[in-house]
Design a protein around this ligand. Structure first.
Ligand code: DBV
Length: 248
């Protein structure tokens, strides 16, 4: 059972229908990785597949899909806008572990506490957030230090039932992706040098946090080793620093 395959298929087909998607390079050896984990009859193959695209406004659209049987399914899907747009990040972390499902869905803001930014990028999402939040109870505590990176429209839930993931969560995912592409469509390039500098700083802050605190690090290390994992995190999943270093 690959719970999140329909999410991935939908996202790629929907983006293709609205965006001029170009491939984004995936470092050699990271397109697909597999390992056999567990012992005896608990042996399971864990396959991690990567997908990446770019457009004129979006620097990197990337997904990591981890498939390891019924109790290990992950789709981590993030969109990083180009540095001359003040767009939020699209962030989806859809996680199924032996303990259950964990769902995080948000348009992660560059400037969380700026009222003008909220009015532009969070308020349009709030009706969608409320319509789905009714059916999906709050997921509880999450790391305090992560809070600045989430918007007030952060959908965060731990559904008991797989059917809820397949129905309500899938519906929310579609609505959030549509709303995000609406924001992208309307976005205009920023040219003011002070604003450009602020965007770059905010993107780096977000990216450093996610690379440093990646909650999948432990899992990837166990499956594929430390070296592969660090290269996957810094060279693909959260690659902005490397890309900036390469052009400067
Ligand atoms: N999370 C990632 C990537 C993953 C991934 C790249 C490819 O950023 C998976 C895989 N997330 C993943 C896994 C877990 C979580 C948990 C495997 C479970 C870890 C475990 O229980 O062992 C949102 N993801 C979480 C949690 C949160 C998020 C809040 C639970 C808290 C925790 O265990 O740390 N999305 C995640 C996050 C940010 C975000 C922390 C921060 C800005 O956007």
């Amino acid at each position: 059972m690959t719970l999140y395959q329909p999410f991935l298929d939908y996202a790629i087909a929907y983006m293709r229908s609205r965006l001029d998607l170009e491939p984004y390079p995936i470092p050699t050896g990271f397109e697909s990785k597999s390992a056999v984990v567990g012992k005896g009859k608990n042996q399971e193959e864990v396959v991690t597949t990567s997908y990446a695209f770019q457009t004129a406004k979006l620097r990197q659209i990337r997904a990591a899909h981890v498939q390891g049987g019924n109790s290990l399914q992950v789709l981590n899907f993030v969109i990083f806008p180009r540095l001359n747009y003040d767009l939020p990040f699209f962030g989806a972390d859809l996680v199924t572990l032996p303990g259950g499902h964990l769902i995080a869905l948000d348009m992660q803001p560059l400037f969380r506490d700026d009222p003008a930014y909220q009015a532009k990028y969070t308020e349009p999402i709030l009706p969608i957030f409320h319509s789905h939040q009714q059916h999906l109870s709050w997921g509880g505590d999450f790391p305090e230090e992560a809070q600045p990176f989430f918007s007030p429209a952060f959908l965060w839930t731990r559904p008991q039932e797989t059917a809820v993931v397949e129905t309500q969560v899938f519906a929310a995912f579609k609505d959030y992706l549509k709303a995000y592409l609406d924001l992208v469509e309307q976005a205009e390039a920023v040219t003011d040098s002070q604003n450009l500098a602020a965007i770059e700083q905010a993107q780096l802050r977000y990216l450093r946090y996610r690379a440093e605190k990646d909650p999948a690090r432990g899992m990837f290390k166990r499956f594929y080793g430390a070296e592969w994992t660090e290269e996957y995190i810094h060279g693909f999943l959260f690659d902005l620093e490397r890309k900036l270093a390469a052009i400067n």
